[in-house]
Design a protein. Structure first.
Length: 339
């Protein structure tokens, strides 16, 4: 498939986190001829149940291109105009995956080897695919991770700390609230205190931020709620210990907190001739430490990822193919490799 055609084909296979299997199967069938025709190998790396990572490699891979298979909900089918390809995953990450595949195909046709392509499950929830892959490294010295950075090399990324905040109460008839204990009132009061926190800042990454992403609870409008739950995501700019202390003190003893995920902020490498940027999101890179020195770059704008207007500029998408090839060649020169 041509680049834009492949991007749309990937978008049109729904792969919301947990349902990566259909996309993984499509990519295995698509990549198998490319692997076999150039002396490579295609593998399914198990993650859990029906979930797996896709790994294609040509020789022992010194350099691995990687991005993820999953997207956030809801599914949005593709369409295109003269400037953009639209749809869920257009820039996060299916356009990136298509560009990586075309970059590798072009290099293989030029005789370049010792390359790998790693496509992992679960990045949008808990990086489970990356963690599983990290237990099976293949000796690569460099990892080029793909996320939407506007085709600029990210020199740093924020970390993340995700927690669940739960409140318990006692049910009663809403006409007699004094007989019950509202879990929702407890939760709302606790979350309100988060807004008063003075978050730490970093001269490169900026301010730590907090988002209450989901709230659920209660039984019915005429029942005093006995349970309530919120999911909170905090973007870290440094060590998490101080932030953890601030959050737990603010929430107080009337709720319980369960830590779900922590990803540290990271500093990343640069290469000559490529513009740099700083990004506020997290990636799989902290979970892929065994796959080599990381670089982070990809086409697209993170500001439209996870939105109803997700899209990727066709010009950036096309440019990314040559950009990935340039980075691979620069890293090969660094190690004195020959094609």
């Amino acid at each position: 498939m041509q680049l834009f055609e492949l991007t749309r084909a990937l978008i049109d296979i729904e792969s919301i986190s947990g349902n990566e299997k259909p996309l993984g199967e499509f990519l295995c069938e698509y990549l198998r001829p490319l692997a076999e025709s150039h002396g490579g190998r295609l593998e399914r790396l198990p993650v859990e149940a029906d979930r797996f990572n896709v790994f294609a490699h040509w020789g022992t891979p010194d350099i691995v291109l990687s991005t993820h298979l999953d997207t956030v909900p809801p599914f949005i089918p593709s369409h295109e105009d003269d400037e953009f390809i639209w749809g869920r995953g257009a820039c996060d990450p299916k356009g990136i995956a298509a560009a990586m595949i075309h970059a590798i195909q072009g290099l293989l046709e030029q005789g370049v080897r010792h390359l790998g392509l790693l496509l992992v499950a679960g990045e949008e929830r808990n990086s489970i695919g990356a963690r599983c892959a990290n237990g099976r490294p293949r000796g690569s010295r460099y990892l080029i991770n793909g996320e939407p950075t506007g085709n600029k090399l990210a020199v740093a990324t924020k970390g993340a700390w995700r927690v669940e905040v739960e409140a318990r109460g006692r049910m009663a008839h809403s006409a007699y609230p004094e007989l019950g204990e509202s879990a929702i009132d407890k939760l709302v009061e606790a979350l309100g205190r988060l807004r008063a926190i003075r978050w730490p800042t970093d001269p490169v990454l900026g301010e730590c931020t907090c988002n209450v992403g989901t709230i659920s609870g209660g039984r019915a409008p005429n029942v005093i709620p006995d349970q309530a739950l919120a999911e909170v995501m905090i973007r870290l700019v440094g060590d998490s210990s101080g932030v953890r202390r601030q959050v737990l003190e603010a929430l107080g003893p009337r709720v319980t907190t369960r830590e779900v995920l922590e990803v540290p902020p990271v500093r990343l490498g640069t290469l000559p001739g490529i513009e740099t940027t700083v990004v506020k999101f997290t990636t799989d890179i902290p979970e892929l430490t065994a796959w080599g020195q990381p670089f982070l770059i990809g086409p697209g704008d993170i500001a439209v990822a996870h939105t109803a207007e997700e899209r990727i500029p066709k010009a950036q998408l096309a440019a990314a193919v040559g950009l990935y090839q340039y980075i691979i060649r620069e890293l090969q020169k660094r190690d004195g490799q020959q094609d």
